[in-house]
Write a protein that binds this ligand. Structure first.
Ligand code: NAD
Length: 369
């Protein structure tokens, strides 16, 4: 068995509570012999600031570099509202993304049958929905230079952000999308604005070339980003994998995510480049939600987003697709049983605690073992 070094960074607020449920799953999987995870744990976010005066210590960064995958909880909270900007809790997350070179953000939007009525769309539109948004995470308009606000001679101000992509940045992200499509529904929609943006023109050219040279077996559609947003709420099941730049990905993944219900249900993965020598890639898995200070410490948080993120780690970092499938099925089984944390409970329905939901998933997994 290849090494299975996992770094756990629970962070702040509910991050700690939801990560506790993942630890129970790891213990169970190790006990069955299906996995041999060696876990280490460290601080990030406000917790790291309190201990070291930094949002992540160099020691924790070293552990992240050495790990096969990082499980991240959530960071932030009112306690750290006034810390210096460079040491704010979110800086820990940004440093991890940057130094691990995590350029591909994978956000699945899966609608569990038991929750189809919780979507803002009609049940028939979302039931069985299973799409994957692949967002470029380290380039584009959020990082391009110049990025500034300048005062003009007449006193008016001018703000500039620069949308910037190079061929290799586009090639590596679309390869991730095509590879995923091959083990899913074999369909990629590439979303850009080639009608009004030069970066969109290059994006479309590069996607077309990579497709022709390396992935002719995968079906490729080009779709303008505005139309993609519209189609996601009109008829989301037409999609399998959607690949897009950082800005459009930010928006489209939030739209897709909300088709499926609560923030407490949404996992994500961020992947780096594959190392040519080892065949491994840096990876971090985290729920989409934050530290939820309003419910932290009360045992109310839904652990499913973090549990499903761990499922993505099994699948994408450790090649354990069968275990990942079983974990997904265990989540569905817990929901089918009618268990609901407060965020996904219908009005008047009894809500279970974080630990009770975690136990139900664990029990369903044990039953399937
Ligand atoms: P949030 O995601 O923490 O919470 C938004 C709302 O969703 C809250 O009402 C919260 O109770 C609810 N919620 C979130 N996750 C839930 C879960 N698992 N179960 C049940 N309910 C859940 O976003 P926010 O309130 O805007 O931010 C709170 C703090 O988290 C801020 O400091 C923010 O900067 C930080 N944040 C961190 C991350 C991250 O670590 N990746 C992401 C977003 C926000």
């Amino acid at each position: 068995m290849a090494t299975q070094k996992l770094l756990l960074l629970p962070g702040d607020g509910i991050g700690v509570e939801v990560m506790a449920e993942v630890k129970r799953l790891i213990a169970f999987l190790n006990k069955t012999g299906l996995t041999a995870f060696e876990t280490e744990e460290d601080l990030v976010g406000g917790a790291a600031y309190d201990a070291h005066g930094k949002a992540i210590s160099d020691g924790a960064m070293g552990l992240a570099q050495a790990a096969d995958a990082v499980m991240f909880g959530a960071v932030g909270g009112p306690k750290w509202a006034d810390v210096p900007y460079a040491a704010r809790p979110e800086a820990g997350l940004l440093r991890l993304r940057k130094e691990l070179g995590l350029f591909a953000n994978l956000r699945p939007a899966v609608c569990y049958p038991a929750l189809a009525d919780a979507s803002s769309l009609k049940r028939e539109l979302v039931e069985g929905l299973d799409i994957m948004i692949v967002r470029e995470l380290t380039g584009g308009v959020y990082f391009g230079e110049p990025k500034e606000i300048v005062t003009l001679e007449n006193g008016e101000k001018r703000a500039v952000d620069t949308q910037l992509y190079t061929t290799h940045e586009i090639e590596r992200i679309v390869r991730v999308a095509f590879d995923l499509a091959r083990v899913r529904g074999n369909l990629v929609h590439s979303s850009e604005k080639h009608n009004v943006m030069k970066s969109g023109v290059l994006w479309k050219q590069v996607v077309t070339a990579v497709h022709k040279a390396e992935y002719p077996d995968v079906k490729l559609e080009h779709i303008l980003a505005d139309n993609c947003g519209m189609q996601l709420v009109r008829s989301p099941k037409q999609f399998d994998v959607i690949v897009c730049d950082n800005l459009f990905g930010d928006m489209l993944s939030d739209v897709a995510a909300m088709l499926t219900g609560s923030l407490g249900m949404l996992p994500s993965a961020s992947l780096g480049a594959t190392d040519a020598a080892t065949g491994k890639r840096k990876a971090m898995y985290e729920p989409v939600h934050g530290s939820a200070p309003d419910i932290a410490g009360k045992g109310l948080a839904n652990p499913i987003a973090t549990i499903a993120s761990f499922g993505m780690a099994l699948r994408y970092s450790f090649g354990l697709a069968e275990a990942a499938d079983r974990l997904d099925a265990a989540i569905a089984a817990a929901l089918d049983e009618g268990l609901r944390t407060k965020d996904i409970a219908a009005a008047g329905q009894n809500a279970v605690s974080t630990a009770e939901m975690g136990s139900a998933v664990l029990k369903a997994l044990e039953k399937a073992a």
